[in-house]
Design a protein around this ligand. Sequence first.
Ligand SMILES: *Cc1c(COP(=O)(O)O)cnc(C)c1O
Length: 383
Amino acid sequence: MYVYLNNAATTKTDGRVIFKMSKYYSELYENPMTSNYSPLAKNVEDEMEIARENVSKLINAKKEEIYFTSGGTESDNWAIKGVALSNWDKKGEIISIPIEHMAIIKTLETVKKWGFEIKFLPVDKYGMVNPDDLKKLITKKTLLVSIMHANNEIGTIEPIEEIGKICKENGVLFHTDAVQSACHIDIDVNKMNIDLLSISAHKFYGPKGVGALFIRNGVKIEPFMDGGHQENELRSGTHNSPGIIGLGEAVKIAMNEMEEERKSLIFMRKMIEDRINKIEGININGHPEKRLPNNLSITIDRVNAETMLTYLAINGIIVSAGAACSAKEKSPSHVLKAIGLSDELAHNTLRISLGKFNLVKEIEYFNEVFEYGVKRFREMAPK
Ligand SMILES: *Cc1c(COP(=O)(O)O)cnc(C)c1O
């Protein structure tokens, strides 16, 4: 059996999405130019606009507020650097949290070198921000708050609505990295007072290398890519039209099936949780209730995650130790450190992330293999 439980890193592309996209590589390969007289180009244009509309409906935005990008990393870079660039003369401060994805953390480091001040809010042992802390930290110099919707390592969902409200009251822009949450849990950019929001197709069964940035009408942001005039002159480069159309299809499918998928993911996650709870010395990380349906981060006493990962892989089960992006790094995850795990416990932490293609029988298989592994490794480990 081959069991993929690393859906927070990337997902399998839905067959319906691939079917939809394939035509735009073969017959309908032309650029979607409104000025073009080609009926094929018109078709591409129309389908791309349907994709834009789907994304806007997903988050309750307007169609013209959606800009297509090459994925989550680009959207995060653009949101922060774009706002910084448009405040180049007066500079100012940006507030974020220490458990953001590296696409945010590294971007903030760059913007700091540009002369902007970066402040981090603390998070509690669940990785949760306290909105009152934000109230205290915001000053007249604050330009932007960037706080993720849901964390990719531990699954905690941040109090985005309260944060959005505080930002609005203080006239500060609010960006959220919604790469883990989009198409998995509900988002409403108006109810949540969000000004900028990043999504990525490959995290919800769409193609890799395509995403979007929501930019609320009226937000001052500089382009991140200079070149042609695509995307309202704000994001140049030939459109990845098959990718964008695939993204739109993945969003459409999610809007229809999200509720059902959520139930089945929670059911399967509970299957693992119930089994884990019967084994001593395993702790579940992240918030107990305010969490993504598919994410399970666990710390296993006296079992090294790398060893467990190898053993599971030999048995055809793919999970991750910490974040996928930092798998090559030896230092423990910044997220696990920020929630107070010691280096040793961080090294004993595994992330299991489920997806809609997982089957109950795969979870049963995982439970058997996992429980046996924990028992064996503990027998071998020094006390
Ligand atoms: C995966 C991920 C990203 C990066 O998205 P890409 O499309 O892979 O560039 C950013 N933020 C979070 C929270 C993610 O999980």
